[in-house]
Design a protein around this ligand. Structure first.
Ligand code: NDP
Length: 480
């Protein structure tokens, strides 16, 4: 753990951190108990007044210095991420640079936190109103295992820029890169107690959510855990943002740049072995181009060779890492079996790699499915792995109706240059974002967050910065 600017032994049980690609034990961490969480929150609360009072240009400078120091140690951090998460080095590099971009975006934004002024009527002489922005104090940040670094930066950046201090709880399976980031941040000049890390599983996260001094919770994870978290945070009236699961639709119309659509849907769906919240997870392709789409996308994904993230296959093969855990792989196996038992057909892949056993990593051959029954688990549940169901549609109306036929509302996309169709999709798809002829990607500059069961609140953009402070009004008179 990392508390108050130094390593903290922790008082709970030990936990082995395992490389999902090789089964090798990388390190051991300790599960944080209530006492460990209390120590971290105490350190964050003690550091909060001085950090909030720190001149904003100085805060910005420190955050940039942290980003610079992380960049200098990029190869070590990236190697740690590959080892504990399993993703290929190319993808880990992408994640690392996305983290740096997010931190730098909010370092710049630290000088742009703004309140407002209001003229007021008054019977007692001139008066005016000030609407101030004040940090919450201690923010609890809970992060899953699929993107340990970017999902940390999405919370750490705006929270620190707005003048809060942070206690982060990474996933029990991916704490090592987060601990490295915390140590480097301290060495780069982030004051002690401003950023603390408690390791551990759900119980540690629960203790963080339940601590009365944590006034703002930023959570990314599954919808089920988000609901559980609200049971604790709700009665305590905490401010909460929840970035939860998704089942993003992507719609491809006949006039689309089909090769562009295929390439971007491939990257979106199979990046990180399909373990991505904002991925295209249900494809609705117009009947006129359906066969060509299925044939071309299938042949592209046949190039994937599942394997350890540190190794590269010979061209034209592409590396895809392991599923992060055996449980994650087994869930996907069940979802696929549910669909194929009900008549779905796997055009390619969609099975555990032959000979893949516990010790060898949880490797899964990426799949593409057609004729998937709309009531099967592959269609109704979030599929957090490298399998894409593709359906043929006859009209935009049909596509939008089916796109919205889900409990989720995270992302969505459409591939067409027909302005009227784009306008309909942007207006009528129930999602936090609609990409038009673009990759499903979380821009630092754009607010991102789901509707329906995909979450509450936003990450990214100046909108997220605003969510890390609360408004206070002041009415001022008697000065004239
Ligand atoms: P979980 O909800 O299981 O875990 C998320 C985090 O919450 C982990 O740190 C976990 O700890 C912790 N946690 C578990 N139980 C509790 C609890 N009772 N109280 C507080 N914290 C708890 O999600 P997954 O790890 O399975 O992550 C995958 C999910 O995240 C997918 O559904 C995906 O769609 C979603 N996601 C959403 C994103 C978005 O931006 N909308 C982005 C990325 C992922 P531990 O892991 O140690 O159990």
């Amino acid at each position: 753990m990392w508390i108050n600017g130094s390593g903290h032994p922790g008082s709970g049980d030990g936990r082995e951190i395992v490389n999902p690609g090789t089964g090798a034990t990388l390190d051991t961490t300790v599960d944080g108990t209530g006492d460990d969480v209390a120590a971290a929150v105490e350190a964050a609360a003690a550091a909060a007044p001085e950090w909030a009072a720190t001149d904003t240009t100085k805060r910005a400078k420190i955050l940039h210095a942290v980003a610079d120091a992380l960049q200098e140690q990029s190869s070590d951090i990236v190697a740690t991420l590959v080892a504990e998460q399993g993703k290929p080095t190319l993808e880990a590099n992408g994640e690392f640079h996305h983290m740096l971009a997010g931190l730098r975006y909010y370092a710049d934004a630290a000088t742009k936190v703004r309140g407002t002024y209001q003229d007021l009527p008054s019977q007692f002489g001139p008066a005016y109103g000030l609407i101030l922005r004040r940090p919450f104090g201690v923010v609890g940040a809970i992060i899953p295992w699929n993107f340990p670094l970017t999902l940390l930066a999405n919370k750490l950046g705006p929270a620190l820029a707005a003048g809060n201090t942070v206690v982060a709880k990474p996933s029990e399976t991916t704490p090592l890169s987060t601990l490295k980031v915390a140590q480097i941040a301290t060495e780069a000049g982030l004051p002690d107690g401003v950023f603390n890390v408690v390791t551990g599983a759900g119980a540690t996260g629960q203790a963080l959510v339940g601590h009365p001094e944590v006034r703002r919770i930023a959570f990314t994870g599954s919808t089920a855990t988000g609901q559980k978290l609200m049971e604790t945070a709700g009665p305590m009236l905490k401010h909460v943002s929840l970035e939860l699961g998704g089942s993003d639709p992507t719609i491809v119309l006949p006039d689309a740049d089909l090769d562009g659509a295929i390439k971007n849907i491939q990257i979106g769906r199979y990046w990180n072995a399909g373990q991505v919240c904002l991925a295209p997870k249900r494809a609705f392709v117009h009947a006129d181009v359906f066969d060509e789409f299925v044939e071309k996308l299938s042949s592209r994904i046949q190039r994937y060779e599942p394997g350890d993230g540190t190794t590269k296959p010979d061209k034209p093969h592409l590396r895809i890492g392991p599923m992060h855990t055996a449980a994650q792989r087994d869930l996907l196996v069940e979802q696929v079996a549910d669909a194929t038992d009900a008549g779905a057909e796997m055009v390619t892949g969609g099975h555990v790699v032959d000979g893949s056993s516990e010790g060898d990593g949880h490797f899964y051959q990426p799949g593409l499915a057609v004729n998937v029954p709309t009531d099967s688990r592959l269609a109704t549940e979030e599929v957090f792995g490298p399998v894409l169901p593709v359906w043929s549609i006859d009209s935009l109306d049909e596509a939008i109706e089916r796109a919205n036929d889900t409990q989720f509302g995270l992302g969505s996309s459409i591939w067409t240059t027909d302005a009227a169709a784009i306008q309909r999709a942007v207006n009528d798809i129930d999602a936090g974002i609609t990409w038009v002829n673009q990759l499903h990607y979380g821009y630092d500059e754009m607010p991102f967050g789901g509707t329906k069961m995909s979450g509450l609140g936003k990450e990214h953009g100046l909108e997220a910065l605003a969510e890390y402070s609360e408004l206070k009004s002041s009415v001022v008179g008697g000065l004239a």
